[in-house]
Design a protein around this ligand. Structure first.
Ligand code: TXA
Ligand code: MG
Length: 320
């Protein structure tokens, strides 16, 4: 595996790999993605193999522009308004598929909807423009693991699995995945909370349908996710013996004595905590602790998505 800084040579190399149905890991503004040519069945198969991802869980299709997205999906009024306001950026829109469609049916898990995103990270956009085809790009973690926010996280999950190239763009700015919005009927609804807040979306299209009310499901929500290798305990008031501590704000005296500690945000800022969450989970699992205790994080703004990820990380069993 090669890890390269983005530049003319490494971008060209990335496109050569993509053209040979290989996967390339690249930074987006949310988390690192494992990108493949979305029009190639063999390439899409490779990304499911690498991630060990269930075939029933479809992939987000990344494109370079609104125009490219309109060629693949049917946008209602709300979808158009959201795309115009938030693309490029941390929004994924699930819309009805426009047929016939060049995207591999396997990438869509045979569904007649498509999840589309125009990322804003310059490296992701450069690769999309140079390759000039849509890229299917799930988060570049092994299925079920915390998403990667650095090239080192990607290398830790795929180091020995034949991933040829990681483009290293440093730590990702937002640190949580895009918000997935279903714009199939009206009003829209949120399928996965994420880096774009509910408030920002509602300011654009008005009140959303309640989560879970959409006629379509988000298949990825059924699986245990974001999980470090240790048990996770939430909203703790005290640490137990052998536990590591993930802090938010200033820990009081009953939280002393943790075997290791990672500060999400000492000043109690939810955006900073979001950017550091997956790094924190990955770092504490290597601390020698028996478990991870997590201080309460408020659900305001991006805090809603932080708490969603933490709840899923703490699940012991697969939900379904
Ligand atoms: O920020 C992100 O969204 C990152 C970066 C790399 O773009 N990508 C990402 O992809 O998080 P992934 O595969 O880890 O999560 C995609 C989510 C899954 O929950 C999946 O079930 C859902 O989007 N999804 C994809 N296509 C869908 C569809 N047609 N209908 C409903 N949900 C869909
Ligand atoms: Mg993922």
């Amino acid at each position: 595996m090669t890890i390269l800084a983005p530049g003319a040579g490494s971008l060209r190399l990335a496109c050569e790999h993509l053209a040979c149905a290989k996967a390339v890991a690249l930074p987006t503004e949310t988390v690192y993605g494992l990108a493949v040519d979305a029009t190639s069945c063999a390439a899409v198969q490779e990304v499911y193999r690498l991630k060990r991802r269930p075939a029933a869980n479809p992939l987000i299709i990344h494109v370079a522009s609104m125009q490219a997205a309109l060629a693949l999906g049917r946008f209602n009024r709300s979808a158009s308004a959201l795309a115009r306001r938030f693309w490029p950026g941390q929004l994924t829109l699930v819309v009805p598929l426009r047929k016939p469609c060049a995207i591999s049916a396997k990438a869509l898990a045979q569904s007649d909807t498509i999840a589309l995103r125009v990322p804003s990270h310059p490296v992701a956009l450069d690769v999309l423009r140079l390759f000039a085809r849509p890229l299917a790009a799930p988060s570049a973690n092994r299925s079920g693991r915390p998403s990667p926010t650095s090239a080192a996280h990607v290398a830790a999950d795929f180091g020995h699995d034949g991933l040829p190239l990681i483009l290293d763009g440093g730590a990702t700015a937002l640190g949580l995945e895009s918000t997935v919005v279903a714009a199939v009927g009206d009003p829209c609804s949120i399928l996965r909370t994420g880096a774009l807040t509910r408030k920002a979306i509602e300011a654009q299209v008005g009140e959303l349908a309640p989560d879970g009310a959409s006629p379509i499901a988000s298949p990825g929500r059924r699986f245990r996710h974001y999980a470090p290798k240790l048990p996770v305990r939430l909203n703790v008031q005290e640490v137990r013996e052998g536990e590591a501590l993930l802090t938010f704000g200033t820990p009081h005296h009953r939280l002393r004595g943790a075997v290791a500690r990672f500060d999400l945000s000492a000043r109690g800022n939810v955006e900073e905590a979001a950017a550091r969450l997956f790094s924190g989970l990955r770092s504490l699992e290597r601390s020698g602790a028996h478990g991870i205790a997590v201080m309460p994080v408020p659900s305001t703004g991006i805090g809603e998505a932080i708490n969603d990820r933490l709840r899923r990380a703490a699940l012991l069993e697969c939900e379904g």
